[in-house]
Design a protein around this ligand. Structure first.
Ligand code: GDP
Ligand code: MN
Length: 380
């Protein structure tokens, strides 16, 4: 689960990492009110779960309440790479002397958290890593030994931070970020930029924080922060129905049994010249109920013009899936063409059942590629 900047900053605040005072606003008037309460200059920041908001016009400085209202009006409703802004974070503006970058990620290869620090923050960190890898100090923390102060000092020297006051503040911040990372079961904790003000104060100006979904049961409060209203309405609907679904932006709806097969199905539709509308994994089994739920989610997307249902029967038997599909079609009013490819256990029996029932919008194809081509053709 990715946290919004304001949620990440709330966590930072609780762990003692310095952040600016701020307020959440959903309307321009609330932004004005927030700026009044904060006083002075403020920065109005789009709350969306994607980076690069600054470049996209989602972060703007405002001189006071009236300006904050105006900036919020410009930012609210903005579409930042498919994420519509419903909320802005209004915080007391900071003066920036330096922009650093600090992160802890989970390095699965090393099976250890990886600490990274560079004095060249603010810009594209991938570019710094690619063009001048030496500028990025990296250090693995052994989870059994835990985090030690010398490790913070090592990355601080490695990154070339020379100022003793900054060094001291950074040691504290790195220790607290590590604590936040471990205690929240995080997969990522990133501060970019971690600024130094002209007065020499080090603080977090941004937050990118990801909590492991599997551990959310241990963090009910964070789990409750999930914003179902602002999330993609289709993905929220899918979650409600217990369907594994990711929205994409094409026209061919995709349904497969098993994550690997579903991903291959996305690929084969692209090979056939089409654009997948989604990724959807039916999981094992092919009960009518599961099929209805999945089809309801997929077809709720108005861009979908055809659906490709790709089944490989292993433990799941194709004849059962075929019965499930036929029942599903009886239960729901599906207008769109549905292309089915059945292979594996009892495939012939499954195909026979479908061909005998022969609903008019059902197309049975023998191979994955032929089915993809048919689904793409029907979506045109
Ligand atoms: P991102 O673009 O999504 O990573 O959003 P950030 O929160 O990192 O903000 C982008 C940029 O806006 C930062 O790198 C800063 O240069 C600038 N910025 C953000 N907050 C402030 C602020 O309080 N004062 C000033 N002067 N600039 C800010
Ligand atoms: Mn940032």
């Amino acid at each position: 689960m990715d946290l919004y900047e304001h949620q990440g900053k709330e966590l930072f605040r609780r762990f003692g990492i310095p952040v600016s005072d701020g307020r959440l606003a959903t309307t321009p008037e609330e932004a004005r009110q927030a700026a009044e309460e904060l006083g002075g200059r403020v920065v109005v920041k789009a709350q969306v779960l994607t980076g690069g908001r600054g470049k996209a016009g989602g972060v703007k400085l405002a001189e006071g309440p009236a300006d904050a209202e105006q900036k919020a009006r410009e930012i609210l409703g903005l579409d930042i790479r498919g994420h519509v802004v419903h909320k802005v974070w209004v915080e007391a503006a900071s003066e920036i002397a330096k922009e650093y970058y600090l992160s802890i990620t989970f390095d699965r290869g090393a099976k250890k958290p990886l600490l990274m620090l560079t004095t060249r923050g603010g810009v594209d960190i991938e570019e710094v890593a690619a063009s001048s890898p030496d500028a990025l100090a990296r250090l693995h923390v052994d989870p059994l030994e835990g985090f030690q102060g010398y490790q913070a000092r090592r990355v601080i020297y490695g990154a070339g931070v020379g100022d003793p006051s900054e060094q001291k503040q950074l040691v504290a911040i790195i220790g607290k970020l590590y604590k936040a990372f471990v205690e929240s079961d995080a997969m990522l904790a990133e501060i970019n930029p971690l600024i130094v003000t002209p007065d020499g104060e080090v603080k977090a100006l941004d937050s990118k924080f990801t909590v492991d979904d599997s551990s959310l049961y241990r963090h009910p409060e964070i789990a409750g922060w999930r914003d179902t209203a602002a999330a993609d309405p289709l993905e929220a609907f899918a979650r409600e129905k217990g369907v594994t679904y990711v929205k994409l932006d094409g026209e061919v709806g995709i349904l497969g049994n098993g994550a690997g097969l579903s991903m291959s199905t996305v690929d084969v539709v692209v090979v056939a010249g089409g654009r997948p509308a989604n990724f959807c994994d039916l999981g094992g089994g092919g009960s009518a109920e599961g099929v209805v739920d999945a089809l309801e989610v997929i077809t709720r997307d108005e861009q979908v013009r055809s659906v490709f249902f790709n089944i490989f029967g292993g433990i799941t038997r194709c004849d059962e899936v075929a019965r499930g599909v036929l029942q599903a079609l009886e239960q729901m009013n599906l207008e769109l063409p549905l292309v089915i490819r059945l292979d594996g256990t009892n495939a012939e029996e499954g195909r026979r059942l479908l061909e005998e029932a022969a609903p008019r919008n059902l197309f049975v194809e023998p191979t994955m590629l032929e089915a993809a081509r048919r689904a793409v053709e029907l979506a045109e």
